[in-house]
Design a protein around this ligand. Structure first.
Ligand code: FES
Length: 91
C-alpha cells in the first residue's frame, strides 16, 4: 500500500491562516476510514516553518508527497491526496 506523506506547516504564520484546520481534517479522514479513499495510507506530519511565509505566495503551506500547495485549504489538500491515490477528486 502506498503511503502519502502530508507535511503541514505548523509555523506561526501558517497556523494563523488555518494550517491546524487542515491537519484536523486530514486526521479526521484517517480516523473515520483508516485510510484515504483509493486505498492509500496517509502519514500527516506537522513541520516547522517552511520559510515561505515572507514570499509573494500565501499560506497555509502543505506538501503532499513533496508537491507544494499554497493557500492550502482542506478541500484542496484532500483532492491532492485523492489524486495521489489514483482517484480523481469528487465534486
Ligand atoms: S509559517 Fe509556514 S512557511 Fe513560515
Amino acid at each position: 500500500m502506498a503511503t502519502i506523506v502530508v507535511e503541514v506547516c505548523a509555523g506561526t504564520h501558517c497556523t494563523m491562516l488555518g494550517a491546524m484546520n487542515v491537519m484536523d481534517a486530514i486526521q479526521s479522514l484517517e480516523e473515520l476510514r483508516g485510510e484515504a479513499p483509493g486505498g492509500c495510507a496517509v502519514e500527516v506530519r506537522a513541520v516547522p516553518c517552511m520559510n515561505l511565509c515572507g514570499s509573494d505566495v500565501h499560506g497555509p503551506f502543505v506538501r503532499v508527497d513533496g508537491a507544494l500547495l499554497e493557500n492550502a485549504q482542506s478541500e484542496a489538500v484532500m483532492a491532492a491526496i485523492m489524486v495521489r491515490c489514483g482517484r480523481p477528486a469528487e465534486g
